[in-house]
Design a protein around this ligand. Sequence first.
Ligand SMILES: *Cc1c(COP(=O)(O)O)cnc(C)c1O
Length: 421
Amino acid sequence: MNTKNSENLYNQALGFMPGGVNSPVRACGSVGSVPLFIDHTEGSKIYDVDGNCFIDYICSWGPNILGHSHPQVINAVIDTCKKGLTFGACHKGEIQLAQRIKRNVPSMEMLRLVNSGTEAVMSAIRAARGYTGRDKIVKFEGCYHGHSDGLLVKAGSGLLTNSIPNSAGVPKGYTDSTLLARYNNTQSVEALFEKYGNEIACVIVEPCAANMGVVPPKKGFLQFLRDITHKYNSLLIFDEVITGFRLGIGGAQGFYGIKPDLTTLGKIVGGGMPLAVYGGKKEIMECVAPLGSVYQAGTLSGNPVAVSAGIETLKILEENQEEIYSSLESKSSKIEQAMKKAGLNVNRTGSIMTVFFTDAKVTDYDTAQTSDTKAYARYFKYLQSNGIYTAPSQFEAMFVSYAHSDEDIEKTCQIISNFKK
Ligand SMILES: *Cc1c(COP(=O)(O)O)cnc(C)c1O
C-alpha cells in the first residue's frame, strides 16, 4: 500500500498540531502506523490522499450510521447554508430537531442543543448537581464521558474513592467529587452509596460501554442503577453519545427498557456536524438558565447547519427504522460470526463490536486491560492492508453502517476469517 502523500502531510501536520492531530487517537500511535489523510468519502467507502480505498468501519467514530455523505443529508445542509451559516438566534429547525428527539427518546422531556459530547455531559452533570444540591458523582472505570476536568479519571488503583486524574493539567481538587465504580459490578456501586449516599448527585454511565472496547451491561445492571439512584434520591444519567440512535431509534434506553433522569446524545444526532444534546425530566431541565440558576450557554449552540444535518439524519432513521435497524443487526451478526470462526474473542451489541485479544470474558475495565494490544496492532494492520479501515486502538468500537453493502460485508467476513492470530 502506497501512503507517500499521507506521510508527507503527516510530517507537515507535526509542525502545527500536537502529534499532528486534532484528537489523539487519530495519530495511530498505539498501532505504530502513520495516520491516513482522507481525501473524500462515499457511502461505505473512505478514500485517502494516495488513492487507496477502504471499507470504513470507523464511520467517524459513530456519527455515520447512514454511511458517508448521504445525498439527502448533504442536500439539506447545502440548502440551509444558503440562508446563512449561523444566526446566534432562534430558528424553526431547533424545534423540529427537539420534536424528533423527544418523540423517539421520550425521557428527554426538555433538552438543550450544544456542540460536542464533552459539552453535553459537562452540562448534564452541572444540571444534576444544581437540581440535587449535591456535589459528588459516580462514574465507572473505563467509561468515557468527554474530556472535561472532573471526568478524566478511570483507574483508581483499587482505591475506589481516591480519584486520581489521568491527565496532567487537571488539579487534584477537580476530581475529588468523582467517585469511581466498576462497570457491571453492583457491589462497587452499593459500597459508594452506603458511604456517601446523601451526597451523590448522580450516577453517569454508558448504558452499553463502548470506550473500553464494547462491553455490554450484564442483565440487571442498569435496572440496579435505576433502583439505587431512586432509593437515594440521586439522578441517573445515561451517556448515549454513542448508543443514541445506534442501538435502535430509542437508543440504549429503548433497547434495554430503562428510563434515566437525564440523557446525553452526540455523534449520530448531529448527522456528521458538530452537535450534541442533553436533556431529561422537565423539572430538572427547568433548573437551567434562563429559567433556573444552572448556567450554560453557547455562541454556536443550535447552529442551523448542524441542526439541518441532524434533522435529516433522524428523519431517515425514523421513517425507515425497521428496515435500517434490522439490516444493521443482520450485517453486524455476520461479521461477528466470521470473527468467531476465526477464533476471535468478540463483544457485540447491535452494530457496535470489539475484538479483544485475551481469553478472558471482557466485562469491565480490568478484563479489557488484559487484551494484548500488540496482537490488536497486528490485526489492525492486517485489515488495513486488505482494504478495511478500523480503529487504530484496541479500546474503540467497530461501527457498521446502513451503507455497508452485502458485498462489503461478504468481503469483510472473508478477510476476517483468513486472519491468523
Ligand atoms: C464520543 C463520546 C463523548 C464525547 O463526545 P465529543 O463530541 O467527542 O466531545 C462522550 N461520551 C461518550 C460515551 C462518547 O462516546
